[in-house]
Design a protein around this ligand. Structure first.
Ligand code: PMP
Length: 305
């Protein structure tokens, strides 16, 4: 349950939380014609506050819209400013921020190119997406029977609302079976990503993550790649199979909401020793330092507000 804060930015203005409403005939409600982002702000190590990789998130929002032929009636700079304004208006340090642009009311047919595009930015306080216990000790994952979208059905590089039906089917399936996160295979049968996170295996000191072909271009993924290489670790982008996870030393996932979360069991097989391994733990620690502005080499990833 999201606890209410004070203000939500909607179409250029801050409105009271309860007044941020839309009509039931909003096109996006019927057909999933929205694009959104998940961004986090943090209380920094020096007591300040900052948004992690703000510009990259806003850029991806605009790319998602471009893929859907949707025009966001603001510039990227205006959205960046609006995100900071929303955080300040709600007086929060550590928050999850949800910018969304969607096709609003008007025509109800599928084409509906003249309906206005509504843009809103909300934020709320959200702890570890898969729980503190999951971050510390790892979660139980299961391969879903639902394949990740084929590259020529939905567009996997767009963080579009409608795309999340695929993730939700998988998440519900494995949650009802008693697991915490769904691991999804692509339509060729290779591991692609989790319902809302990118995935990595570690074997004999080499970290492997699926190439971007059929997965979301995760901003945390991009950060993990940079951090791993800066730490002198070998990280390759390459396809891997379900059974490579069964025999991996470590498996973990990354996302803005989940941050870095170890997977301690997959399809009822313990991963490695069944406990988070040293590579996962090192990357978790460096990531935590990066998001809180504690590492000068990643200072440009943090926008202070
Ligand atoms: N894959 C999917 C399907 C996601 O929803 C997310 C969350 N945005 C990710 C990967 C991770 O992306 P990011 O690190 O940018 O949050």
């Amino acid at each position: 349950m999201v606890d209410k804060l004070k203000k939500i930015w909607m179409n250029g203005k801050l409105v009271d939380w309860d007044n941020a409403q839309v009509h039931v005939l909003s096109h996006a409600l019927h057909y999933g014609t929205s694009v959104f982002e998940g961004v986090r702000s943090y209380e920094l190590a020096d007591g300040g506050r900052g948004v992690f990789r703000l510009k990259e998130h806003t850029k991806r929002l605009f790319e998602s819209a471009r893929i859907l032929l949707m025009t966001i009636p603001y510039t990227e700079d205006q959205i960046n400013d609006a995100i900071l304004e929303t955080l300040k208006a709600n007086d929060v340090k550590g928050a999850y921020i949800r910018p969304i642009a969607f096709i609003g009311e008007g025509a109800m047919g599928l084409y509906a190119v003249n309906n206005p595009v509504t843009v809103s930015i909300s934020c709320w306080v959200w702890g570890a997406y898969l729980g503190e216990e999951g971050v510390r000790n790892g979660i139980r994952g299961k391969v879903s029977s639902y394949a990740r979208m084929h590259v020529n059905t939905h567009m996997t590089k767009s963080k579009a609302g409608g795309n999340y039906i695929n993730s939700i089917l998988a998440k519900r399936e494995v949650s009802l079976a008693g697991y915490e996160e769904a691991i999804m295979l692509d339509t060729d049968g290779y591991v692609s990503e989790c319902s809302g996170e990118n995935i990595y295996v570690v074997k004999d000191g080499v970290i492997k993550t699926p190439p971007l072909t059929a997965v979301l271009n995760g901003i945390t993924r991009n950060s993990v790649i940079r951090i791993a290489r800066d730490e002198g670790l070998t990280l390759v982008e390459g396809r891997f199979t379900r059974d490579e996870m069964y025999v991996a030393d470590e498996v973990f996932m990354s996302g803005t909401a989940a941050e870095l979360t170890p997977i301690r069991e997959i399809d009822d097989r313990p991963v490695g020793t069944g406990k988070p391994g040293p590579v996962t733990k090192l990357l978790q620690e460096r990531y935590r330092q990066a998001v809180t502005g504690a590492l000068p080499k990643y200072a440009d990833w943090v926008t202070r507000f």
